[in-house]
Design a protein around this ligand. Structure first.
Ligand code: SF4
Length: 770
């Protein structure tokens, strides 16, 4: 059993007991691969790409891929203080004892976490200094310019890593036993892979052609601590054909590719059975573009009652009016639209081809279906921006106000990212960005708008790292020396250290933010994304002139990707349909439908369950979610209450403090009539629950009928002097009974190694279920 210090926050992050985690036999020829996410558990456990690689590599019988996340500050200090190396979650193997260690980097400010994780794992930071130990791989969206931090990796995979990782592992299998440097040299010969030790010419970004033909995770490990996005992710498409000129994802994931409706349905079915999640996220850079989006949503609505859908970002004009009722009915997190600029002229320059009037025309309908809140994304700091481009924000929000729709406005500074047509443009100064943010706040004061903005300083540092070159490598080592980590968390971000380093080295920070010459080579030019540089130049030229370029769905703009077939999207189809005079939309659904909220009484069942061992670190709400998901994955539908934001109809016994075990916890659920829970349910649910959570029995009826008197059994290896009743002494352990309050404090004092909540009748009868 794990013994995590009692002052560590959210200890379940480090327990590694998630349902669906993959355990294998580490002996023999098994290749040990640690897949690291350079941020904390809650962030990494939300990231689709991470589970894609975790599940995929584990399909190889002789490869065991295990997880590792950055520890929070308290655990970090504990590891350092006690000389404990950073370990994997599954087998608790130190990273330095693995064959390969991979980092997936999706955010530039997480580079410091990579260095900190290497340091905690006692692995030399620079590739050139490693003589033994695991091979360190890097991949992920931020690797399209890894120049500033490439020295910390032995190998870097550029682009979509699915096929490449399998190739790397297969080749590694044949090279095993050779000298480390020879293995790196051989692996670096693979297309799309390079080593900073053996730089080659151009490195081609890897692109998967057929999404239907590749692996998609259907049973990812389910977090035991509430993660940032607690839902089942289905990647419905990859890439984007809209051609927004500022967007790295739009250029870095070209071309647009869809998963078929048939394949999506299959993933949803397997995912719902394997996870029991209450929400499905349809992942895409622009989910409204998927040609079968409405069919996917209708499928979920028809088959998975009570399950909601999240659409990360919608392009204005991609949802038909007749679909709003159906989509709005199960998309409970609301609609998010990326407007990017309030000014029509600026939207032309950045190639954001949307018609705002379409959204404004849909407002009454959105309101009718219960959507009183919308989220809009805006960017500021484009080089051509004038005061009127900012002041027009107020004007475009007036119709929302008229319809009593609240707006959450997210404002971010524009960062000229590598590999986009805007890569040569300068970044707006910090002072001007702050002035513009202030202006927006003033303009919108007292309106029905909540403004959230991305801090200008953070954006400047992000820009420096993403546009950086190899001179920045020592900066990351300096930041590590200063104990700089977890910078994506506002309270841990220390921009003054970056300034200090630049001043110390005599390098002007502004150099990385200034305009770049089209004639000069850029640090990331050796990465071939597939898009021709001449296309990027011509797109920049069109932006200067305020000219738009058609999207990939309306016709190929010949960017260099050489797509074989014309791309289709529903966005284009809807635009064509709207402009055709004879087209008639389907009739609206008569009324918004709330899910599973019928007033018909359901059937109540109460489960008695226990929490033991490492599961004692899982919090009360997280335990409840784990149980509810396990029930859902068995096909047991729980009734909900609330019309637009339904909540499951459940009752629970009092919250059990973290660290305390129990064999008498109660969960009451109300199922729909017709759903029967039978004896096998106990066996089936225990099969899928994480180790340490166990259902003992259930009764048909309310929790009230099962509440019994309980006490706490306290286990210590020494005698404890107080009024507690000593029950027995065996196996060199003293067993006490406590019936008072203050059990949390008793646990925090640290006198007892285990505290177990138990029904009185079991104590007196000397019976325990554990
Ligand atoms: S080749 Fe044409 S269709 Fe393909 S991504 Fe480029 S512009 Fe779009």
């Amino acid at each position: 059993m794990l013994n995590i210090p009692k002052d560590i926050m959210k200890p379940a992050r480090y327990s590694g007991i998630e349902p669906n985690r993959i355990m294998k036999d580490p002996t023999g020829q098994t290749i040990r691969f640690a897949l690291c996410y350079p941020d904390i558990y809650e962030v990494g456990m939300s990231y689709y790409g991470y589970f894609l690689l975790y599940g995929l590599t584990n399909t190889l019988p002789d490869v065991w891929c295990e997880r590792c996340f950055a520890p929070w500050h308290d655990m970090d200090s504990h590891l350092q203080r006690n000389g404990i190396p950073l370990m994997t979650l599954e087998s608790r193997t130190p990273l330095h004892a693995m064959d390969l260690v991979g980092f997936s980097l999706s955010y530039e400010l997480n580079v410091t976490n990579i260095l900190n994780m290497l340091s905690l794992a006692r692995i030399p930071l620079r590739s050139e200094d490693r003589e033994s130990g695991p091979i360190i791989l890097g991949g992920g969206p931020s690797m399209l310019n890894a120049t500033p931090f490439e020295k910390f990796f032995d190998l870097i995979v550029v682009g979509e890593a699915e096929s490449k990782l399998i190739e790397i592992l297969s080749l590694y299998r044949t090279l095993r036993g050779a000298h480390r440097i020879d293995i790196i040299r051989e692996l670096a010969r693979l297309d799309g892979v390079y080593s900073p030790l053996f730089r080659k010419g151009k490195v081609r970004r890897q692109v998967i052609e057929d999404l239907d033909g590749v692996y998609h995770p259907a049973t990812p490990p389910i977090p035991v601590v509430g993660s940032i996005h607690n839902r089942f992710n289905v990647e419905i498409s990859r890439g984007c054909g809209n051609g927004c000129r500022f967007c790295l994802a739009g250029y870095g994931y070209r071309p647009y590719r869809e998963r078929s409706l048939e394949r999506i349905r299959d993933i949803i079915d397997r995912g719902m059975e394997g996870t029991g999640y209450e929400e499905i996220s349809l992942l895409s850079l622009s989910s409204g573009d998927h040609s079968a989006l409405f069919d996917v949503i209708s499928y979920i609505k028809g088959k998975y009652s009570g399950v909601s859908v999240a659409l990360p970002s919608l392009k204005i004009g991609t949802i038909r009016e007749d679909e709003i009722g159906v989509i709005g009915d199960i998309a409970r997190t609301g609609f998010t639209f990326a407007l990017e600029s309030a000014s029509t002229g600026m939207r032309c320059r950045i190639n954001k081809n949307i018609d705002l009037d379409v959204l404004l025309g849909q407002l009454p309908l959105l309101k009718k279906y219960g959507w009183r809140k919308l989220k809009l994304y805006l960017m500021i700091g484009f080089p051509w921006e004038k005061e009127e481009d900012i002041s027009v924000i107020r004007e475009i929000l007036l119709p929302f106000e008229k319809e009593h729709i609240d707006i959450n406005l997210a404002v971010s500074p524009f960062i000229p990212k590598p590999h986009t047509p805007f890569q040569w443009l300068p970044m707006e100064s910090e002072d001007t960005l702050n002035e513009k943010i202030l202006m927006i706040k003033k303009t919108l004061k007292g309106r029905r708008v909540k403004v959230r903005y991305r801090d200008a300083k953070t954006s400047m540092i992000e820009a420096i790292v993403s546009r950086g070159d190899e001179r920045l490598a020592p900066m990351f080592e300096f930041l590590l020396e200063k104990d700089c980590k977890l910078e994506a968390w506002r309270e841990s971000f220390r921009p003054e250290l970056y300034t200090e380093w630049f001043e110390k080295e005599g390098i002007a920070m502004g150099e990385y933010l200034a305009e770049k010459s089209i004639k000069k080579a850029l640090p990331w030019d050796f990465i071939d994304t597939g898009v021709d540089k001449s296309f990027l130049v011509s797109e920049l030229d069109r932006a200067e002139k305020g000219e738009q370029t058609r999207d990939c769905y309306s016709g190929c703009a010949i960017c260099g990707m050489k797509c074989k077939t014309p791309l289709q999207s529903r966005g284009a189809a809807i635009a064509i349909q709207s402009s055709a005079a004879e087209s008639k939309p389907e009739p609206f659904p008569s009324e918004p439908q709330a899910q599973q909220t019928s007033s018909a009484p359901g059937v109540k069942y109460t489960f008695r369950y226990g929490k033991f061992g490492d599961a004692r670190y899982i919090g009360h709400l997280d335990t409840m979610n784990i149980l509810l998901r396990a029930l859902r994955s068995l096909g047991i539908t729980i009734k909900t209450h609330g019309k637009y934001h339904p909540m499951p109809k459940i009752s629970l016994s009092d919250a059990l403090p973290i660290g305390i075990e129990s064999n008498c916890e109660l969960l009451e659920i109300e199922t729909t009539v017709g759903i029967l829970i039978h004896e096998e349910t106990v066996r089936d649910i225990n099969r899928i629950l994480p180790r340490g959570i166990k259902v003992f029995e259930f009764i048909k009826g309310s929790l009230q009928n099962m509440v019994k008197d309980y006490s706490y059994l306290l286990v210590s290896d020494r005698t404890v002097e107080n009024e507690m009743w000593k029950l027995r002494y065996n196996n060199k352990k003293y067993l006490y009974v406590w019936k008072g309050k203050g059990i949390k404090e008793l646990w925090s004092k640290g006198e007892f190694e285990r505290i177990i909540k138990t029904e009185d009748r079991r104590i007196h009868g000397r019976r325990t279920d554990n």
